[in-house]
Design a protein. Structure first.
Length: 85
């Protein structure tokens, strides 16, 4: 989402974005490539730059990780019976 919704429309590459938010280019590239998860510091920098709320990019990361975990569980959750209240 960072690339498709923010960087591409503004024609930003990783190096330009990294320079604008004073972050290492390698860090930004690793997050974009999915080699490294979003962290709080990068979230704050990106949120400030793109005028988004603090935690916006971290919440996207959490949603992505939950979706991937559900896919990996491949139906195992349905076999768990919720405990009665």
């Amino acid at each position: 989402m960072l690339v498709s919704e923010f960087m591409e429309p503004l024609e930003l590459d990783a190096a330009t974005l990294a320079a604008a938010i004073d972050a290492p280019t390698a860090h930004v590239e690793a997050v974009i490539a999915g080699e490294r998860p979003m962290d709080a510091e990068l979230d704050l920098r990106l949120g400030r730059y793109f005028r988004m709320s603090e935690g916006f990019f971290l919440r996207l990361q959490d949603q992505y990780e939950l979706l991937e975990a559900k896919r990996a569980l491949n139906g195992e959750l349905e076999r768990i019976t919720p405990r009665a209240a």
